[in-house]
Design a protein around this ligand. Sequence first.
Ligand SMILES: Nc1nc2c(c(=O)[nH]1)N[C@H]1C(S)=C(S)[C@@H](COP(=O)(O)O)O[C@H]1N2
Ligand SMILES: [Mo]
Length: 402
Amino acid sequence: MTQNIEDSAGLEIDRRDFLAKVALGVGAFATAGRSNAVAADRQGVTAQDTGFPGLVTRQREPKNLEFPFQTLDTLIVPNDRFFVRGHFPIPMVDAGSWRLKVDGEVRQPLSLSYEEVRRLPSKTLTATIECAGNNRGFLVPKSKGVQWNLGGVGNAEWTGVPLATVLERAGIKDGAVEVILEGADSGALTGEPKTPGVIHYERSLPLKKANRPEVILAYQMNGKDLPTDHGFPLRAIVGGWYGMASVKWLKRITVTAEPFRGFWQTADYSYWKRDGGRPSMVPLNEIQVKSSIARPAMREVVRAGDDYRVFGAAWTGEAEVAKVEVSTDGGKTWDPARLLGDAVPYSWRFWEYDWPVPRQAGAYRVMARATDSRGRTQGDRHDTDRGGYMVNHVIPVEVEAR
Ligand SMILES: Nc1nc2c(c(=O)[nH]1)N[C@H]1C(S)=C(S)[C@@H](COP(=O)(O)O)O[C@H]1N2
Ligand SMILES: [Mo]
């Protein structure tokens, strides 16, 4: 009896302490930059407080900011909470003098002003953008590059012109195979890999993908003009593919008769693909299926004996999420989670699972695993052929029940 009273008193204190941490770490996100450090601690990573409210700073220059995934609550991530990934200083583009050039293997080269682009027939697409290096921070041994935790991903509503519309106006010549999308940002990287001097950020798409309806040139994000960090005045959105394909600050589209072999296509954002055992370096493209747990957060303290609503998001590339399963016993057994809302192509989907937390205090591991409509699922360890990319194995969330 005495034991019980002491236990419940202890639980109350811990719970209050935990709620206080939540208030500091999660509740204060919208207003105080200081909360970044708290949030980072709660995720078990170190990031300095650098004054980007609502985002975790991974790198100041170039600017790389992470969405604190444990705060996930709306399907659409607001513009000022959307992760930022860049390789060079962010270019300030003047929309007045900016032109979108379309050249190469086309019958009619184009040079379109901002107003001209905005007058073309438009559409709105909800799409999840995930950095190919998302979750890299969990790899052991460490892999080079930005140490993204769970939040190198976001979902937004993008408005713009289908790339196919622009290509049709330019008229693709026979024999063309790819389009190179070139950004206005440039620089020289001296690390590993090293760029051949000053180069622009540019990436190609096979024409087959470029002409698909989920590929647009977007000038709006969630109903507002594109923020500078996210590619103002115009960016590509390539639904179903990793973020590196969605070129920001787009200024030129070159149609080519050969596959592009540029830096971001070969030296970076590529991986070893094995066909019949023989590995070859190929450019990254489609997003791999993944389910990420927003809550509980890493190292969260949960109440022993209570019900806990495990909550997260799941997404995949050119398919649909078919199911999400949750394990709370280290992967021995898996229970189906509830998929919430409707399936929206190229957009993540929320899910939840009611976990009866055991009465027994101690450490527990919560795991989630998604499977898509093409039967692809998540492994239990990282495939090293992928280097620091496509990290989509199941990541256990360690919690403590008290
Ligand atoms: N011009 C340009 N476009 C770019 C990049 C870049 O560095 N320069 N980074 C790419 C990568 S790797 C990702 S993950 C996405 C991130 O888009 P976001 O910053 O809007 O989240 O932009 C892509 N487009
Ligand atoms: Mo990325």
